[in-house]
Design a protein around this ligand. Structure first.
Ligand SMILES: NC(=O)c1ccc[n+]([C@@H]2O[C@H](COP(=O)([O-])OP(=O)(O)OC[C@H]3O[C@@H](n4cnc5c(N)ncnc54)[C@H](OP(=O)(O)O)[C@@H]3O)[C@@H](O)[C@H]2O)c1
Length: 332
């Protein structure tokens, strides 16, 4: 995140969909810091009140929106100067599925934004987005991108690799697993050789803000990754080193992981149960998740953002998982 005083509130209105999520809340904070008025479209405004103090009094407003409900989107778009779409799902949850949210939902939002005359539109997708993918997540991300570009040809598509930072759903999740019992093995799906390029959430937030205002970012696709590329096994080893624990890393062949995913998905159909693993996630894990460097897409650097390293940020939020928390070093 860029240093400096909070910018003056310019009066321009950015409407952020998915602003209550992990990436979204950091985008909302950065937009407010840069002086935008921000309207956040959320399904449950009463659970998103924590966003309001991220700006000056009245700078951040909440509006009830479901991306599957077009009238609620149209209402939220009234008076918008810019739009950011961060709505996404990691697994199907009843009617809130990949198709309805990431493909049809993105299409509705872009069409209504176009009707409202919005041309500054940032759509957050994911590396691997591809309408031909056999992963439903990646396919619907690809279809969402296509629908956004059809409706708003000036839109910017941002495709991050794994996003890390305080409150992330990756390192926090595996660190929680590692601290549950001393005997919990950490799974290495497909042996843990798939490569990732983790990107810091503040850098993604900066990229969103830059993409909204830079003329050279219009009608372009960017893939966002940090300075380092790691295998999944290396990421687990780094996390374990950071929390000062040793755990068995258990390689799980893809067919076995897929079977576990089948049962995980079934468990996820129960109310309030988050599937631990799905077959779709196993499919995603077969493909490297790194920034394309053939020049066909832009990068963080092209948006003027200097990527921060995983090694410099991870220690700032792994403390709660160390044996003696903040006193770990003194006690050791
Ligand atoms: N985190 C990563 O590592 C990563 C990597 C690559 C791409 N991405 C993409 O980046 C975006 C943000 O990811 P994230 O990690 O911040 O995800 P997240 O924490 O799960 O947030 C997802 C957001 O989508 C909203 N949402 C879900 N269904 C909705 C619906 N029907 N109508 C309106 N809002 C809905 C959620 O709102 P509620 O509060 O109402 O649930 C939440 O604000 C997603 O598109 C994701 O695919 C993330």
């Amino acid at each position: 995140m860029q240093e400096g005083a909070r910018g003056a509130v310019t009066g321009k209105l950015a409407v952020v969909f998915g602003g209550s999520g992990f990436v979204g809340r950091n985008v909302v904070r950065e937009l407010a810091r840069r002086g935008w008025r921000v309207r956040v479209g959320v399904r449950r405004p009463h659970l998103a009140q924590f966003l309001r103090p991220m700006g000056a009094v009245g700078q951040i407003q909440l509006k009830q929106v479901n991306i599957r409900h077009r009238p609620s989107i149209a209402e939220a778009l009234k008076g918008a100067d810019a739009v950011v779409n961060l709505v996404g799902v990691l697994y199907q949850d009843g009617a809130n599925g990949f198709d309805s949210v990431q493909a049809a939902g993105a299409a509705s939002l872009a069409q209504l934004a176009a009707e409202a005359g919005v041309t500054d539109f940032v759509h957050v997708s994911a590396i691997g987005a591809n309408p031909q993918s056999d992963s439903l997540y990646a396919r619907t991300k690809g279809e969402g991108e296509g629908a956004v570009m059809d409706a708003v040809p000036t839109a910017t598509i941002l495709r991050p690799s794994i996003v890390f930072g305080q409150e992330d759903q990756f390192f926090n999740r595996f660190a929680t697993m590692a601290t549950t019992t001393p005997f919990t093995p950490l799974p290495l799906i497909g042996g843990g050789g798939t490569r990732f390029q983790p990107v810091y959430v503040d850098d993604v937030a900066d990229a969103v803000c830059e993409a909204l205002t830079r003329p050279d970012a219009k009608a372009r696709v960017y893939e966002l990754g940090g300075p380092g590329v790691y295998t999944f096994r290396e990421l687990m080893e780094l996390m374990l080193h950071e929390i000062g624990r040793k755990r068995f890393l258990a390689p799980i062949p893809f067919p076995v992981a897929s079977m576990i995913g089948f049962f995980g998905q079934a468990a996820g159909r129960l109310p309030f149960v988050e599937p631990p693993l799905t077959q779709d996630q196993v499919k995603l894990n077969k493909i490297d998740n790194v920034v394309n460097t053939d020049g066909s897409v832009g990068t963080l650097a092209d948006l003027g953002v200097e990527a921060q390293t995983l090694e410099s940020i991870l220690p700032t939020y792994m403390e709660p998982y160390r044996k003696y928390g903040q006193f770990a070093e003194r006690a050791a």
